[in-house]
Design a binder for this molecule. Structure first.
Ligand code: NAP
Length: 438
């Protein structure tokens, strides 16, 4: 019997569990740990609440979680409740699948002013992540600046634009809906330090901006390169740029019908956040792009803004005694191998890029590495205590483990208290989640 511990129950974790099942069938036992009492990581607290079809992938993870040889071990934090070294004594292989839950820093003056948030915090707030449920952003200023030209920036701009009615069928948490109702934002500036040909936004997500009831996108036609240059782009990016071209063609009269403008500000690199306690504006430097790189021009301007959300990427959370690549913000690894018997997968391995589905081949690839290491004898010859060993240690330490069956009760309670038309109303507090399983 092989015993595998996976730290993190998001997409990377469950795809790895699925791959382990396919590889070893009945000869493997997999424990999937999560520091929260609820599973699915990014699917629950990262994917936008109005993208329910993407969240539907959790049904696939549930099928894995419900099989006899995979177990969910919630409410246990590795690195605090027990160490990676202790896990390694109990399991043949330990796989870190903790994603990249922290914001990359802007490293700019004024970054710590009030109402300046990173996307991990802001997205966590409207998705009900217990760590960020208390964020309470102030949306009463008339301008918000969203930094970054990726899909997370689009998520944030879209969520800030939608009316309550447009959240029908979503699982946005009640506290966020209530604050969004107080919003007086009229202008959302999406700031990109490079140009339209360098955006990271995908076509479907950009296209959604054309279907908002009270917001319309605005692109300055002067920012777009000659149309002929689009031919050199890869097809997905070309489609995205087509959306930008259609936004640039919107007649001025159209905006009178919309209360909110989502304005793309290209060639604009943030320099400083301005304000005394709360942010009041952002200083930006005009750039030009040469050979794909942003070059300073020395020209600066200020955008007055009452809210700034930096959507500029994420970092993994280091775990004591596990080698970490500080520069890249992910675990130091060679194709998923960290140390003998210790692996990483998903964003913890490769950094925050790709779609949810990218994690599937990642999961299969790390299991292949484990199989190779078993075959070469690097992982010893089995005989580890596995889940029985963990259970004894958990009892000794008085850990309050939340099982998958417990999670199903929590889920039932969340579904039962959903507002009309919504799939669920999430608990945003760990104690409430734990109480709901009883
Ligand atoms: P991303 O796609 O890497 O975009 C990050 C953006 O931030 C880039 O435009 C980048 O500009 C900019 N940036 C980075 N550092 C900056 C700085 N110091 N100052 C100004 N701008 C800076 O990251 P993301 O939006 O966080 O998304 C992460 C991953 O999740 C991506 O793979 C994304 O596609 C995926 N995702 C998918 C969906 C979906 O499919 N619906 C939704 C959300 C997220 P440069 O290019 O100039 O560096």
């Amino acid at each position: 019997m092989r015993h595998i511990a996976i730290i993190g129950s998001g997409p990377a974790g469950y795809y790895t569990a699925e791959a382990a099942q396919k590889q070893w069938g009945d000869d493997v036992r997999v424990d999937v740990f999560d520091m929260l009492p609820v599973p699915y990581g990014l699917i629950r607290t990262g994917v936008a609440p109005d993208h329910q079809s993407i969240k539907g992938v959790s049904k696939r993870y549930e099928a894995t979680a419900l099989s006899d040889n995979v177990r969910f071990v919630g409410n246990v934090m590795i690195g605090k409740d027990l160490s990676v070294a202790e896990l390694q004594k109990l399991y043949d292989a330990v796989v870190i699948a903790t994603g990249a839950p922290h914001d990359r820093k802007l490293d700019l003056p004024g970054e710590n002013l009030g109402n300046v948030y990173g996307s991990a915090a802001f997205v966590g707030w409207y998705n009900g992540h217990p760590l960020f449920a208390d964020l309470d952003p102030d949306l009463t200023g008339d301008t918000a600046v969203v930094i970054g030209m990726g899909n997370v920036a689009l998520d944030v701009a879209r969520i800030l634009s939608k009316s309550r009615a447009e959240f029908a069928g979503s699982d946005i948490v009640a506290h966020a809906l209530d604050v969004l109702d107080t919003s007086r934002i009229k202008r959302i500036v999406v700031l990109g330090r490079r140009g339209p040909h360098q955006i990271m936004m995908t076509p479907k997500e950009l296209g959604e901006l054309s279907h908002l009831t009270r917001a319309a996108p605005r692109v300055d036609p002067a920012d777009l390169p000659e149309e002929g240059e689009d031919a050199l782009l890869e097809p997905g990016l070309r489609k995205s740029v087509n959306h930008l071209r259609s936004f640039a063609a919107i007649p001025e009269s159209h905006y009178a019908d919309y209360g909110i403008e989502i304005e793309f500000d290209f060639f604009a690199s943030p320099k400083a956040l301005i304000g005394t306690d709360k942010v009041e504006g952002i200083e930006v430097e005009r750039t030009k792009v040469e050979a794909g790189r942003a070059i300073s021009t020395g020209e600066t301007y200020i955008i007055p803004a009452g809210l700034v959300v930096a959507c500029i990427g994420y970092r993994s959370s280091p775990i004591p005694d596990v080698p970490f690549d500080e520069r890249e913000g992910k675990f130091a690894n060679d194709e998923g191998r960290i140390l003998p018997g210790l692996y990483c997968v998903g964003w913890a391995r490769r950094g925050p890029s790709g779609t949810i589905g990218t994690n599937r081949p990642d999961g299969f690839s790390v299991v292949e590495k484990i199989a190779e290491d078993i075959a070469s004898g690097t992982l010893g010859h089995g005989g580890k205590a596995g889940r029985a060993g963990f259970d004894s240690l958990a009892a000794e330490r008085g850990l309050d483990v939340v099982t998958f069956r417990d999670w199903k009760k929590i889920e039932e309670a969340e579904n039962a208290r959903a507002r009309a038309g919504a799939p669920r109303e999430k608990f945003v507090d760990v104690a409430e989640m734990i109480a709901a399983r009883r």
